[in-house]
Each structure stands twice: as structure tokens, then as C-alpha cells.
Design a protein around this ligand. Structure first.
Ligand code: FEO
Length: 387
């Protein structure tokens, strides 16, 4: 297991999780990495660790450079166990090391691992001198948990950004210029849509704090390291965290006997007639985390469900729960569906869209199987509603 050099005496020593396909509900069809970074200066520092089942892989990479027992600082930028999970084993090897974290990081690590390690807590603006280099800390609460922080080495212009700017990609390539950029940006957008989306205001706040840094390399805790496309990913985060969305419609639905599907296509025709890009996403064939990738930049979110036992379909309910949690802002919602005799599902879908804070296009419901003339009217009505 080889380390990968970022700059002189700074190495990636993480682990590649080729097999993981589910990350708290997020479909990680390309696997992921947990990125840990080793800095060899007068002090030897490890920034973050890896999921605990891959501890051996991380130690093997570290051991190619230094004796892991000589690590003096373990910087924990984030408590979540994909990054802190190997700290307990590491501390057995390097028991005199200090764990460097935010105050909330310390509380979170103690709650998770019940260990009385030596902690150094740091706040925004604090710096840790490690010899020829300094590590500066900036708190980034809610990107992804309240404890999060990022670490910056001004002498090297490297930002260790933890969850921010990550992508779930398992690969033997480590740098952005070694990997197809379109795939990389798509995975970065999926990551943002499923992990970071609720915290756009906090991301904007971080941009304020990063504005004065002259960043050469962004080294996140998942996926590829940004060294050639730093500006591109910063621009993308700027867009995703702002209210800057596209004239685009995502039509999400499930169907029992294809009537709701017919309505979905009539709705799609309205957007197409208006020259608005659409994405049809049946819940039968699309994972909710992939749907969110498209919703990230879409102004219109149209959701359809037939009525089953006085309710929307469970697939639609699951999607809406996920959507509501990720809380996209400034969207326009449309509920639609067919029904047999009671038809509650359409109002239920609309209630959730309203609860998300979306402005609404008048809902559409059709009893049993829609006629061609009804479908034409639906298309016309939606066209009128979107101007
Ligand atoms: Fe990659 Fe919030 O952990």
C-alpha cells in the first residue's frame, strides 16, 4: 500500500472503499475513499483517519513514510465515523499523540469513543506550529455536522476541507487531472445534493472565510484531490450554495397502472413546449439520491403519485421525506396523479411540497385512466402556469 505525495513531505495515506454502495441512504455506485493526510515536519501530523475496517490499509500507507507510533498530532476535522473511526486503534499505537479538534469535535469524539485522550481544542483563527509549517483552523459548522472544521497550511496553500468538495468515487487515481472531469463534477454535484444541500447558507459563510486564502490544492476527505480544477469546483460550490438555479424541470413519479405516468408525460410536454429542459425520473428505476443530483439545479419539481389505500405510494412518500430533509430552496412544485375513488395522494404530495416552502402550480388529478383530451388540457394548463 503506497502513500501518494501531494507536496514534499505531505502524503495521502487514506483508504479506498471499492465495495460500499450505501452511505446513509446515498447510493454510492462508484464506491468511495476515506482520505487521511500525513504531514512530516518537526512534528508528525495525521489529518483525519479512515473507516475503522480499513485501519490496516491506512497504517500500511503511513508505515511506508514514518513509524505511525511517532505521530504527535491527530487532527480530527470531523467526528463522523468515516473519518474518526480509526482514531481509537491509532491512539493505541501512538498513545502520546494529541487529538486536535473543535470543541464540539472533542465532545463528539468523547461521546463516540469514551476515551480520555489528550485533546487540543482549536477555534477559527487558531494555528498550530509543526515546525516549518503552520496549520490554521477554520470552523465550518454544519458542513457536515456541528463539529466540522477545515485545516489550511498557508506555507503549502493546501486546504484540508473534510466533507466539503468531496465526491464518492473509489479509484486508484488521486488527483482531479488524472480522472475524467465530467464524471468528477457529476459526482461532486451528487455529493453536494445529498450531503451538503441543507447547509447552503453555511457554505456561503465559509466562502467568506476562504476568500483571502490563496488555495493551490483542496484535499477533501472523500474522492479525488483538487489541484488543477480548484477554481471550477469553487465556482460550482458558489452556484450550488446560492439561489442560482436553472430553468429545468425534474418530474418524479411512481405509477400503478400507468395513468399517473401518462399525466407525467403530459406535464413533461408542457415544459418541452416551453423549451425548458426536463428530466423524467420514475421511482421504479431511479434511486432517490440520483434524483437529488438533478434536483440540485432544477427550478421545477413535479411529483406524481396514484392513490393506494387512501395514501400516496410508499416510494413517493420515501422520496418526499428525503427531499424535505435536504430542503432545496426557491423551487416551484407541482403535485399530480390519478386515482380510483378517493384520490387523497395528490393533496398529500402537494402538502409536502408546500411544507418544503415551494411555490405551487395548481395540482392535477385524474380519475382512473386519462383521456387524450384530458392529457392535452393538462399540458396546456401547465404551460400556462409556467408562462
Ligand atoms: Fe464524510 Fe460527514 O462524513
Amino acid at each position: 500500500m503506497k502513500p501518494v505525495k501531494l507536496k514534499e513531505n505531505i502524503y495521502w495515506v487514506g483508504a479506498i472503499d471499492w465495495d460500499v454502495r450505501n452511505f446513509h441512504g446515498y447510493l454510492t455506485q462508484k464506491g468511495t475513499t476515506y482520505n487521511a493526510y500525513l504531514i512530516v515536519d518537526k512534528k508528525i501530523v495525521l489529518i483525519d483517519t479512515v473507516k475503522n475496517h480499513l485501519f490496516g490499509e491506512m497504517i500500511s500507507r503511513i508505515s511506508e513514510v514514518v513509524d505511525p507510533g511517532k505521530i504527535e498530532y491527530v487532527v480530527s476535522n470531523h467526528v463522523e465515523m468515516d473519518h474518526s473511526g480509526s482514531i481509537p486503534e491509532l491512539m493505541k499505537i501512538a498513545p502520546n499523540a494529541a487529538v486536535v479538534s473543535s470543541p464540539k469535535g472533542k465532545a463528539g469524539l468523547q461521546a463516540h469513543y469514551k476515551k480520555n485522550w489528550r485533546f487540543i481544542t482549536v477555534n477559527t483563527g487558531d494555528a498550530l506550529n509543526i515546525g516549518e509549517r503552520n496549520i490554521n483552523f477554520i470552523h465550518t459548522p454544519m458542513v457536515h455536522w456541528p463539529d466540522n472544521m477545515v485545516s489550511f497550511i498557508p506555507e503549502e496553500k493546501i486546504l484540508f476541507s473534510n466533507d466539503a468538495f468531496g465526491q464518492h468515487i473509489a479509484s486508484s487515481e488521486r488527483f482531479d487531472d488524472e480522472f475524467p472531469l465530467d464524471v468528477l463534477l457529476e459526482e461532486a454535484s451528487k455529493y453536494y445534493a445529498n450531503i451538503v444541500l441543507p447547509y447552503g447558507a453555511q457554505v456561503q459563510n465559509i466562502f467568506g472565510k476562504l476568500a483571502d486564502l490563496n488555495i493551490d490544492i483542496i484535499a477533501p476527505s472523500h474522492g479525488l484531490i483538487w489541484r488543477s480544477k480548484v477554481l471550477q469546483v469553487l465556482e460550482q460550490y458558489q452556484k450550488w450554495s446560492s439561489s442560482n438555479i436553472d430553468e429545468k424541470a425534474v418530474i418524479v413519479y411512481d405509477t400503478m397502472w400507468n395513468s399517473t405516468e401518462k399525466i407525467a408525460y403530459a406535464v413533461q410536454a408542457a415544459f418541452e413546449n416551453k423549451g425548458i429542459t426536463t428530466k423524467m425520473m420514475t421511482l421504479k428505476n431511479n434511486h432517490i439520491s440520483d434524483i437529488m443530483t438533478h434536483i440540485l439545479t432544477a427550478k421545477y419539481i413535479c411529483v406524481g403519485s396514484p392513490t393506494l389505500n387512501n395514501n400516496m405510494l410508499p416510494t413517493v412518500a420515501g422520496f418526499l421525506t428525503y427531499l424535505k430533509g435536504l430542503a432545496p430552496k426557491n423551487r416551484v412544485g407541482l403535485a399530480f396523479g390519478s386515482y380510483g375513488w378517493s384520490g387523497q395522494s395528490i393533496g398529500q404530495v402537494e402538502d409536502v411540497l408546500k411544507g418544503c416552502g415551494f411555490s405551487l402550480i395548481e395540482k392535477i388529478s385524474v380519475q382512473y385512466v386519462p383521456e387524450e383530451s384530458q392529457l392535452e388540457k393538462i399540458t396546456q394548463k401547465v404551460e400556462e402556469a409556467i408562462h
